[in-house]
Design a protein around this ligand. Sequence first.
Ligand code: DOR
Length: 472
Amino acid sequence: MDPKNNGNLLVLNAMMLLPEQTVLGDLRTENGTISEIKIGGGLEPNDNEQVIDATGLHLLPGAIDPQVHFREPGQPEKEDLGSGSAAAVSGGITSFLDMPNNKPAITDMKGMQMKLDSAAATCVNNYGFFIGATPTNLAELQEVVGTAEAPRAIPGICGTKVFMGSSTGTLLVNEREALDRIFRGIGGLIAVHAEDEARLNERYPSFEHRTDMAAHAEWRDDVTALLATQLAVELAERHQHRLHILHLTSGLEADWLEGRTSLPSQAEGKGIITTEVLPQHLTFNEADVEREGVRLKMNPPIRYQADMDILWRRIHDGTVQCVATDHAPHTLEAKAKGFPAAPSGMPGVETSLPAMLTHAKEGRCTIEDVVRWMSANVADCYNMTNKGALRQGHDGDLVLVDMEHEAEVTDENSWTRVGWNPYRGRTLVGWPIVTVVAGVPVFERTPETGQKGQLLVKPGEAGTAIEMAPWI
Ligand code: DOR
């Protein structure tokens, strides 16, 4: 690390994605906080700061990934918090929210504390964790997130994850009564994996003998997703509870949600409902699934071009607020079992920002849209304090990207411990050149480092527990 950097950084001549405009200029952080933004440039370097000349680069607020599976504890051959965090900063992600379907599943304060302690020691960006709901852990949930009347907000704890349908791991709450108890009884944000377990089980016998990947999306169809989404919305509305619907995949759900969701900062009162999509559901269709096979097996599945088109329409019209990755690494060895035995899930944190910025370059959206979906709106959805925008007083979490430099995605350049990437063979732009956490450059990609890039800090040297205001 540059000895002058103590969270003191001066970025010169960048095309800055400010909240209200995109404009050339300089940005300074002091002690990790954005202290000065000068449109047009002209800031003079101080003695005690590191200087980066960002000519030709875009400066974005660091991406915030609200759904990752970093596999700790229990599956270090796939990922752990340290390796996942390193992979994330290589993709310009300065903050992440991690899921509890671990081995064992994280369902109480002891498990949450274990993750918080490990993240403080091994991560290089900011972290938050979901606690997992089970049909019987209401008291444990309340200890962590409080009750509806008295929500708790502990730094680094972002809400409760409910798997309404079975996926990877053992977590499952599918009975209406159990779900109702949770929506009635706990505080904080509830995030749901919305697939209807009864319909999955009922239809399984018709598909269990199929060995072609197309069967996956046929079995876990859009009605399966819609039924669970509708139930979650019903419960959130009945109990006026904050609900976030994870990884929306179907046109059916996205159309049904129109008028039912709103960004918290623009909503009135309680019971706010938000949702997200993944870059893979905005990029891959049935032809990609046929070509790539089980690498693209995930839950809910990659669907059809018609679904993708509606997801794009609904993220543009604001029905969908943000973009997450659902980074869910599985080893190639496990994937080699083929369909249907291969586990569901794919890595995502290294390529989500370039994938979305490539869509921007190709005209499907703008860079400003990407910043809203991957930074500002995520901070809004989770009530994060001082995150998600290049604004004076906000945390100095930044990413400098190169919109001109094209590079092909290869498995070899992966940071994730599983060593592969679902975008292999695709040429993307918008690669992070420098990723900055609280004013400290933590990652760089230069001609000397090659396309893979390098970490600039040691495990635990950057990143803190994300502060999120309670939902009241
Ligand atoms: O495909 C998936 N993989 N969907 C999930 O819900 C979980 C994830 C995992 O943890 O592997």
